[in-house]
Ligand binder design. Sequence first.
Ligand code: LMR
Length: 394
Amino acid sequence: MFETLTPQPADKILSLMAAYREDPREGKIDLGVGVYKNAEGVTPVMRAIKAAEQKLWETETTKAYTGLAGDPAFADAMIALIFADAVARDTVAAVATPGGTGAVHQAFDLIRMANPQARVFVSNPTWPNHISMLKHLGLEMVPYRYFDEDTRGVDVDGMMEDLRQAQKGDVVLLHGCCHNPTGANPNAVDWQGVVALLQDTGATPMIDLAYQGFGDGLEEDAAATRLIAASVPECLIAASCSKNFGIYRERTGLLMAVNHDTSRVGVTQGTLSHLNRQNFSFPPDHGARLVTMILTDDTLRADWKAELEEMRNGMLSLREQLASDLQRLTGSDRFAFVGQHRGMFSRLGLPPEIVERLRAEHAIYMVGDSRLNIAGLNAATVPILAQAIADTVD
Ligand code: LMR
């Protein structure tokens, strides 16, 4: 039967990772996959994670199954981190998932179960795997305008006009902070507008929150999620611990469904657990346990927050350095947006042939749509990138 299989389209981001690995050139620069790297080019295990792992090794007495929803303490700790006091705990159904991608997948599966006719509105552009998973699950997708190619900011008017088409029973997929792939984000006033629109249309928001703490700070990056969850009757939030806890390969995520009608929360919780069972049974526990230990221990939590801040501020300095080098070398402000974008990524707005020349002539790897991973840079490689861009675009 395997002869009926046909080749599947390659994932652009993962193909780029493989091409980079195979490139023998000295001094090659990887600005592709969204993985944080420090100035030495290493993706470190965070200090608090190491400390928690040691403690866990000493104290863990069993590896027997947790529950289908994962350890409830993980959900409690993450819900407190994400929502603070924006919503009451009893309005939230939650399940641990294999990473943020697992949470997104389970959310789409829940939507399909609740309303197979739902249309999912996705930003243009969005993370390519959103689109690929929606296709895989057979859900209808409607792109909405998001990125203004001229200003490299959010096309707020276009976005609002397109989202007006959403109706009750549809889903609006939003990036809670640090939009991937563009780095351009709505401001506080824009988010108020989005909330009013969601209230008017009755569409259900789904928030992908993969970079909390990588933009303007842990609290600031959760502000839009808190506002939306507090203001609409129901919403879905897919959270990832890959980036802000640096535990990419441990596959640690949480899917939350908020429903202000608390009489519905039990059924939603049961459905989420059922869907876990159908897709992979019990979620991975190791990363979730480490996160729980960190969030519930004052010393570990303070150290984790401090290191996360170091990472965030490092990325902000790299943004400022790149924007200023590009300003000097091109004699224009055309790349000033790099300093205003937030999170790991910026979409530079370069045509594919320039992205290809950067790879072929300068061994600089970025995604074909000119998405750049800021954390792939360091103080020494920023001038190299800036010079290569200046030489190539003119
Ligand atoms: C990215 O966008 O590079 C990351 O989210 C990693 C991935 O899985 O694509």
